[in-house]
Design a protein around this ligand. Structure first.
Ligand code: HEC
Length: 164
């Protein structure tokens, strides 16, 4: 074999050993510390997910809100995340909120007017219904629910004294 080939073989060998070691470590941790993954999920049909995501994009909701834990780097407003919204609010409430000419009558704001939740009452009814339906399909896994409620409380009030 040429020298280059030996190097490659050595690397492959080292990777294999590393893989086995990692497997053992992972396995040991695995029992007490299950990898719980991303805590957010949706129960939307693919069609609703597509329509909902389109509306969220068209209306620039991400200018202020994060979704799927992804935060817009330009986002400067401390607004609640939309992840898990379906476990915090009902679909009927969400529809009312999006339809209200003054959303702050339903949910008071602590922010300056330009950062507050805008009214989406001008959207066609069907789009508001789709948005509410989609938002209500955004859930959070049980083990992360308290964390989500805490984060919503902190965003809405600006305080860090959340109690269960
Ligand atoms: C200009 C920034 C901004 C934009 C754009 C915006 N929001 Fe908001 N939103 C907020 C803020 C801030 C709040 C918290 C209440 C407040 O301060 O008015 C909020 C609150 C909410 C809530 C209630 C959150 C809770 O904890 O109950 C929902 C639902 C919501 N927004 C959905 C949307 C959707 C859907 C869109 C796009 C159609 C959108 N928002 C666009 C800033 C924004």
């Amino acid at each position: 074999m040429k020298r280059g080939e030996w190097v490659v073989l050595g690397l492959v060998g080292a990777l294999a050993v590393a893989g086995v070691v990692q497997n053992i470590i992972h396995h040991e941790k695995g029992d007490q510390n299950v990898d719980r993954g991303v805590p957010f999920y949706t129960t939307a049909t693919p069609e609703l997910a597509r329509e909902g995501s389109d509306l969220i994009r068209q209306n620039d909701c991400r200018q202020c809100h994060s979704l799927w834990s992804v935060r817009n780097i330009m986002q400067s407003v401390p607004s609640p995340s939309l992840d898990g919204m379906g476990d915090l609010r009902s679909e009927a409430w969400l529809y009312q909120y999006l339809s209200s000419p003054h959303p702050q009558t339903l949910l008071p704001s602590r922010l300056k007017p330009e950062y507050r939740m805008p009214s989406f009452a001008m959207l066609p009814e069907q789009e508001r219904r789709t948005l509410a339906h989609y938002l209500a399909s955004l859930h959070v896994k049980d083990w992360y629910l308290e964390e989500t409620k805490k984060s919503e409380y902190e965003k809405l009030t600006g305080k860090d004294d959340y109690k269960k």
